[in-house]
Design a protein. Structure first.
Lengths: 347, 267
């Protein structure tokens, strides 16, 4: 394995900036904030790396979210993400500028890229980190859930550089945007040919309706588990979610039972959510599920079994029959909203 | 046109409910723990078998691990895979995703003659999803990750890839690594004739690192970039739940009063 001759040659914290439909992904902005913190500890700086086409405004935006510089590579072949050209661009820039740390969003594309890249450049990559720290020796301490969320593993990459880590959306918090904050935008050229483009995206079907409501971004998530008993009962959760402007999620057991699609799944092998309010309905609370929602601001549990482990992390609990409690909750919320509306109209 | 040769990479993992940590080595306990084929890998096997059902060709299955992983290879053979390869060597112990992707890609290279390589989207024990694209990186071939459906087009492959806001259909030249989404299909159960074929033997090839030509200085715990320095037990903060019970109407009213008082909902 090729080890760096001198690790001190490697400096700076990089964020792979993911563009989607003309905007920076929220997770990229969140990672810039975390990169800023790590760079300040290491007394180094933050760079974004942005492959794309017509994305210079996004590079400027990244500087306002904490990047000191952005390496911008523009090529028509980089207009939408595909594995090989993106991996070539990022690998080339890493070889040229030698960052100490590289962060990726643990999105589908971020993982696709990171997985290919870490094998190409032979360095460590820790997936789904929930915490990043700098240890006493100056290494990146990459903390990720392990063993089904029962524990947190501290991963170190001591000899290889860069140290690479991914984090899911909403694990880190975005820094307030600083309009006018200055940063360099450096245009880089990576020689790409048509031979570097092996994948063609022939169609894109956008998700619409309830499925388009992404649980990762929702302020309220209403999730159902095995206690829902039947897929058609998820309509109760949808009605409640609609009342609260939220999205519907599910436990792995409900997904495994085939009641709802995998996109609904909250937990270790699903999505991590951090909404203002998480409502767990008929979910017993396996550690794998808790790993995906325990950072929610408030947690409301509705379950018949007062001994269900999920009550241990609840702020509010209703012990009772969900088939009575959930419609009643939706009804009373609607009633209170109507009263508020009436008061506002009277005033 | 003859169908493609597909190579499916699988891993044997502890059953989800049996995950236990060895307090001394901080690694997963694998000895004496009931294990199974990594569930998304079953979807990968099924994807490959469906292509063979339709186009002909063959499906080989590969794993890297201790000899007990034969259990999973036998099951894959009984599901209908044509041949199995076990890469087993003490030198490989403790490999992280970089040496694993390297060793598997060398094994695939040694088998040769392949058009498609399948993996599960991720494993349920380590859940990184890095090995599939890592194999593509080592082999310098195309990749389509997170596929829920795949179509073999003769000289190319088409995969329906799940992304956050929808589905992308990618088309790639061969060879190509395809990673299969968990639950993307219904894996067929092992058949009786399949089990009889396994019993007759002769379908599994066992290789060491030397047999494949794997560089011992690129594998194992010593040559893995990452180490697990320590493991903390998760301690959840006590949120001191306010619990309501009894007649639903009154319980919900009390709940909402409490949530309004705490500022969760407007008054």
């Amino acid at each position: 394995m090729t080890l760096p001759k001198d690790k001190s040659e490697y400096r700076g914290v990089w964020v792979f900036l993911e563009a989607r439909k003309g905007a920076l992904r929220e997770v990229s902005r969140q990672l810039l904030g975390e990169a800023r913190r790590l760079a300040d500890i290491r007394r180094s700086d933050v760079s974004g790396v942005l492959p794309g086409w017509n994305v210079e405004p996004l590079a400027r935006e990244a500087t306002e979210y904490g990047a000191d510089r952005v390496y911008l590579v523009e090529d028509r072949r980089l207009e939408t993400y595909t594995s090989r050209p993106f991996a070539k661009v990022v690998a080339t820039l890493i070889g040229k500028h030698k960052p100490e740390i590289v962060l990726f969003g643990a999105t589908k594309n971020g993982r696709d890229l990171g997985g290919r890249l870490h094998a190409m450049i032979e360095t460590g990559l820790a997936a789904d980190c929930v915490k990043l720290e700098i240890d006493d020796e100056g290494n990146l301490d990459m903390v990720r859930p392990s063993f089904g969320g029962k524990s947190l593993a501290h991963i170190l990459c001591k000899q290889h550089r860069p140290q690479m880590a991914s984090a899911r959306p909403n694990v880190f918090r975005v820094l307030p945007r600083q309009p006018g904050r200055q940063g360099q935008v450096i245009r880089e050229t990576v020689a790409l040919t048509d031979a570097d483009v092996d994948a063609t995206i022939v169609t894109f079907e956008e998700r619409t309706g309830q499925l388009a409501r992404k649980i990762e971004d929702a302020r309220v998530v209403v999730s159902g588990g095995l206690g829902m008993r039947d897929p058609k009962n998820f309509a109760l959760l949808e009605a409640l979610a609609d009342e609260l402007g939220g999205a519907v999620g599910a436990s792995r057991k409900a997904v495994d039972a085939g009641w709802v699609p995998k996109d609904y799944q909250v937990g270790q092998t699903g999505k991590t959510v951090r909404p203002k309010l998480y409502i767990a309905v008929g979910i017993s609370g396996a550690v794998q599920h808790l790993a995906g929602m325990q950072e929610s601001e408030k947690i409301l549990v509705v379950n018949q079994d007062h001994k269900a482990p999920i009550f241990e992390i609840a702020d509010y609990g209703v012990v009772g029959d969900l088939f009575q409690v959930i419609p009643e909750l939706a009804r009373q919320l609607r009633e209170r909203k109507a009263i508020r509306g009436g008061r506002a109209a009277a005033a | 046109m003859p169908g493609p040769r597909s190579i499916v990479c699988i891993k044997q993992v502890p059953k989800a409910q049996e995950l236990q940590v060895d307090p001394v080595t901080n690694t997963l306990k694998r000895v004496g723990v009931p294990s199974e084929i990594n569930p998304p890998d079953r979807n990968a096997i099924e994807m490959a078998l469906q292509i063979r059902d339709k186009h002909g060709g063959e499906v080989f299955v590969v794993t890297m691990g201790p000899p007990v992983f034969t259990f999973s290879l036998d099951e894959a053979l009984a599901m209908g895979c044509d041949r199995a390869f076990l890469l087993t060597d003490r030198l490989l112990g403790g490999s992280d995703t970089v040496p694993t992707a390297y060793a598997l890609s060398e094994t695939i290279h040694k088998i040769g003659g392949y058009q498609l390589i399948f993996c599960g989207e991720e494993t349920t024990d380590a859940s990184t999803g890095h090995v599939g694209p890592g194999i593509a990186g080592h082999l310098d071939c195309a990749q389509i990750t997170y596929c829920s459906a795949v179509q073999y087009l003769g000289s190319r492959v088409r995969g329906k890839r799940s992304v956050e806001d929808g589905y992308e259909t990618w088309e790639c030249p061969l060879p190509c690594v395809v990673t299969a989404n968990f639950l993307s299909n219904k894996p067929r159960p092992p058949t009786l004739t399949g089990k009889i074929r396994v019993k007759r033997g002769g379908l599994t090839t066992t290789w060491s690192c030397a047999d494949v030509g794997i560089d011992p200085d690129k594998v194992g715990i010593r040559n893995s970039p990452t180490i697990v320095a320590k493991v903390d037990t998760v301690v959840l903060p006590d949120r001191k739940a306010k619990i309501f019970r009894g007649e639903p109407r009154a319980a919900v009213a009390q709940l909402l009063d409490a949530m309004v008082a705490d500022g969760v909902f407007p008054a």
